[in-house]
Design a protein around this ligand. Sequence first.
Ligand SMILES: NC(=O)c1ccc[n+]([C@@H]2O[C@H](COP(=O)([O-])OP(=O)(O)OC[C@H]3O[C@@H](n4cnc5c(N)ncnc54)[C@H](O)[C@@H]3O)[C@@H](O)[C@H]2O)c1
Ligand SMILES: [Zn+2]
Length: 275
Amino acid sequence: MRSSEELAQAAGLIAGADAVLVCAGAGMGVDSGLPDFRGEQGFWRAYPPYAELGLAFAELADPRHFAEDPELAWGFYGHRLRLYRETVPHEGFGLLLRWAAAKPGGAAVFTSNVDGQFQRAGFRMVTEAHGSIHHLQCTLPCGNEIWPAPELRLDVDEETMRAAGPLPECPSCGRLSRPNIQMFGDFDWVSQRSDAQLRALTEWRRGHRNLVVIELGAGQAVPTVRRYAELASAATGALVRINPREPEIRHGRGVSLPYGALETLTALDDLLTAG
Ligand SMILES: NC(=O)c1ccc[n+]([C@@H]2O[C@H](COP(=O)([O-])OP(=O)(O)OC[C@H]3O[C@@H](n4cnc5c(N)ncnc54)[C@H](O)[C@@H]3O)[C@@H](O)[C@H]2O)c1
Ligand SMILES: [Zn+2]
């Protein structure tokens, strides 16, 4: 990557802040080898069996499959659970942690990713706005319980993408359980865990006004993360948006870097350690 005025400007925003708020979408995982689900073609490249079935991401991530076709539903999530468990976060995560460690406010994360990669990389304050694949809830749901599932392994046939039983049950009522992820048209998602994370993040932001927002790989299709990053940086204009395909900033405040996450973080680290 050529060093540019924008890159220097972004490094200046990071150097001048007392805390780092990382806002991330699926693009953050691309350099760790994870697929984003950009467009039907992108999704089908990652999951060819679904191309044959003609099923798009939004159709698969529909909670009604847990009632109508549990093996199809758990095939999709069981496969992703294994993929995310096996994935090692790329070095960019460590760079962000290192920058934040030198600041009084440290780091916090707001992400729509359900993959748990930030926790795995060592981040402690993480808001998972759409939930987590590493946690389960009842499909009914019979209550607000959310429980971690570190031992859960599903046998997924890679050709059909269907899970072979036994499928996980709700410990309270014995019905089928499902990932604690907010799906499309999902009225049964138990939001308590994400709500509590968000309250803690709001509290943290109150104590750290001079923060820099570093947004990585957040798409426009489901703009949860982009909107949050814009609002969190509205008072200061300290927004660094890293995104190779959708780098525009609506109101022009902040710095837009149209490159991948890892190469950009590495280039910024060179500037930060030199300066
Ligand atoms: N890993 C996960 O947990 C995961 C993965 C896919 C989708 N999802 C879910 O699906 C929805 C998808 O929305 P989204 O905006 O996160 O993803 P998206 O797939 O819609 O967009 C990904 C964004 O990342 C950018 N990108 C691609 N390669 C990149 C790279 N190397 N570095 C930086 N950015 C890169 C793209 O330009 C795009 O803007 C969310 O609701 C999320 O919960 C989660
Ligand atoms: Zn139950």
